[in-house]
Write a protein that binds this ligand. Structure first.
Ligand code: SAM
Length: 270
């Protein structure tokens, strides 16, 4: 039983442990959310035939089917936790999706091999963010893009239901990188912040569903709360869910940063 809340630092979450078991259910992507993200990302997927998309820190492969649905896209998921990766491999839904073990600090791909890199709720976990940005400069072709989906310390207004029941979770999220810090890391490696969008997604259709999801504790901020704080929040949320006569949807706002790699003109155009 842990009684003190832990602070967030990169590496604080062990994705080889229980979170990997609870993640698929505790972080399930609703169809509505997948559709909203598909529409948000679509303008930034290269029009090149069969674009190569890197899903960096792919986890259990939550977003790979959405990415592979773009015209003939090939998706390669890179993930360091073999437990997360094992789930992704077992759920693999298309020939055009492949997975490989690896990390953001040593991406096992060739120079200029990717048109787009997608990092969903991954960037804050990376210990060596400068090395990750340099690796992305190496593997993303000139003019290609890096799409960062995530929660940032300076944009915490999108999780009102979560923070109402788990106020300590907000303080944990205050240790995440800010948008400015993230842009600076990529700016040092020939990437320009092209677009910043705030995407509202329907995370759950009801408080009851949100209570079930949250009780799986498959989220950084919930994992780092003390057990007492976590249990108190789950109890209050379940009581609120029991009082729900009509389903109360839970919407959350998650940020999308789009970086473009500077164009370099060479004879073969890459
Ligand atoms: C919150 S999960 C996100 C998974 C997936 N992108 C998604 O949206 O469902 C964070 C993932 O980042 C991975 N991760 C942690 N450190 C990493 C690193 N240095 N390089 C690549 N991935 C990393 C973890 O193993 C975990 O699977």
């Amino acid at each position: 039983m842990n009684v003190t809340r832990k602070r967030f630092v990169p590496g604080a979450i062990d994705y080889g442990g229980s979170i990997s078991v609870n993640y698929p259910e505790g972080r399930a992507l609703s169809q509505e959310a997948a559709d909203v993200w598909r529409a948000a990302v679509e303008p930034f997927i290269s029009r090149t035939p069969a674009p190569m998309i890197l899903d960096l820190g792919a986890g259990t492969g939550r977003f790979a089917p959405m990415l592979a649905a773009f015209s003939a896209a090939r998706v390669i998921g890179v993930e360091p936790s073999l437990n997360m990766l094992g789930f992704a491999v077992r759920q693999r839904s298309a020939e055009r999706i492949a997975y490989v073990a690896g990390s953001a600090e040593a991406i096992p791909l060739l120079e200029g091999s990717c048109d787009v890199a997608w990092l969903s709720h991954v960037f804050h976990h990376i210990r060596e963010r400068a090395i990750c940005a340099s690796e992305l400069r190496r593997v993303v072709r000139s003019g290609g893009r890096v799409l960062v989906r995530g929660t940032f310390a300076d944009r915490l207004d999108g999780f009102s239901t979560l923070f109402r029941f788990f106020p300590g979770a907000r303080r944990i999220c205050e240790d995440l990188p800010t948008i400015g810090e993230t842009a600076a890391v990529f700016g040092n490696e020939e990437f320009t912040l092209e677009v910043h969008r705030r995407i509202q997604q329907r995370t759950c259709g009801s408080l009851r569903e949100f209570a079930e999801r949250t009780s799986m504790r498959a989220d950084t901020s919930l994992t780092l709360l003390s057990d007492d704080e976590f249990e108190a929040g789950v109890t209050a949320l379940r009581q609120a869910a029991d009082r729900e006569s009509e389903p109360i949807p839970v919407n959350e706002t998650v940020d999308l940063l789009v970086f473009q790699r500077h164009h370099h003109h060479s004879l073969n155009g890459r």
